[in-house]
Ligand binder design. Structure first.
Ligand code: NAI
Length: 309
């Protein structure tokens, strides 16, 4: 039987702070395939995440198909907007949610992972941050735009650059992108659409460079809309989900585990020849050119919507 087998593999997932997002769903699928899970959690959410985890708040979501609970072997505090502690402004270092931690930049986390595990096999980038995401691009400040690029795109470049030397040959890396990179999605502002375009372009270049340098594959999944904590900050998530249900080729409910399971395949030896791709996991929404729930296609008045397929 053909099987996704990640036994003995170590997977680092950057961008988990609750059980609602894609990072957690990917962790579950990788764990179900046998991988050891280690996590990077944004510093301000570190305490709440570790407390909730310890108190059993995520136990239902941690359940794996064999009935056991997904274990998270280690959680590293991470702020992926910074490469070294010298880059961190004093006011952030002194912030009450940061001051109890002393080493949380990308270079610190890569070093800690290498000290703890030697080499890892899988790296997942499931994080994004756009402080002005609710502003249209035309109203986005330079600072907000660059912050979106820094946290959401350059973080992938830097994390891979720092983790690559600590990854086994044959390993793989994955990020999460969104179709606003290539189509106008009003509401996804603040430079986040630009950040996703950069992330997808970098996926191809990183695939070439990391493939040549370390024999590591690099892919990105363009995921459908899901009401994670980050997505809810945008404000139109529920409407986007309804729109997808009304217009996507596949009508069955889209779930983060669809992304998790695709990630497990992509990170497994079954995908050994796949790198540099943007893979849509969105019930096919990306393939549509028109929205059939538009009033222009009122089924009573048009033949198009009544076509027998
Ligand atoms: P999420 O809220 O579960 O994940 C985002 C994570 O990024 C959070 O844990 C947050 O704490 C972390 N984060 C923010 N700034 C950070 C920083 N500077 N350093 C380290 N961590 C930081 O939300 P979601 O939606 O699962 O997001 C995961 C990825 O999926 C993101 O790249 C997002 O753009 C992408 N995506 C999400 C879609 C959706 O509809 N939810 C659709 C397509 C892509």
């Amino acid at each position: 039987m053909l099987k996704i087998d990640l036994k003995g593999k170590i997977a680092f997932i950057a961008g988990i702070a609750d059980d609602q997002g894609y990072g957690f769903a990917i962790a579950r699928s990788l764990a179900a395939a046998g991988a050891t899970i280690i996590v990077g959690t944004w510093v301000p959410l570190m305490r709440i995440f570790t407390t909730n985890l310890a108190n059993g708040k995520f136990d239902a979501s941690r359940q794996l198909p064999d009935g056991s609970l997904m274990e998270i072997a280690k959680i590293y505090p991470l702020d992926a907007s910074f490469d070294t502690m010298d880059d961190v402004p004093e006011e952030i270092k002194q912030n009450k949610r940061y001051k109890d931690f002393d080493a949380y930049t990308i270079s610190d986390v890569a070093k800690a992972i290498s000290n703890d595990y030697g080499k890892i096999d899988i790296f997942i980038h499931s994080l994004a941050n756009g402080p002005e995401v609710i502003k249209p691009l035309l109203e986005t400040s330079r600072k907000g735009y660059l912050a979106a690029l820094s946290a959401s795109s350059y973080s992938m470049v830097s994390l891979l650059a720092h983790l690559g030397p600590h990854m086994n040959a044959g390993g793989a890396a994955l990020s999460l992108t969104y179709i606003a990179s290539e189509r106008a999605i009003p509401g996804y502002g603040g430079g986040m659409s630009s950040a996703k375009a950069a992330l997808e372009s970098d996926t191809r270049t990183l695939a070439w460079e990391a493939g040549q340098k370390w024999d590591i594959r690099v892919c990105t999944i363009s995921a459908g809309v899901w009401g994670s904590r980050a997505a809810r900050a945008i404000g139109i998530t529920d409407q986007m989900i309804e729109y997808t249900i009304a217009n996507a080729p596949l009508e069955h409910t889209f779930h983060p585990q669809d992304v998790g399971n695709t990630a497990a395949f992509l990170m497994s030896p079954l995908a050994a020849a796949i790198t540099g791709v943007t893979l849509y996991v969105d019930n096919g929404m990306h393939a549509m050119g028109i929205a059939l729930d538009s009033p222009a296609f009122n089924p009573a008045e048009t033949e198009l919507a009544n076509v027998e397929l």
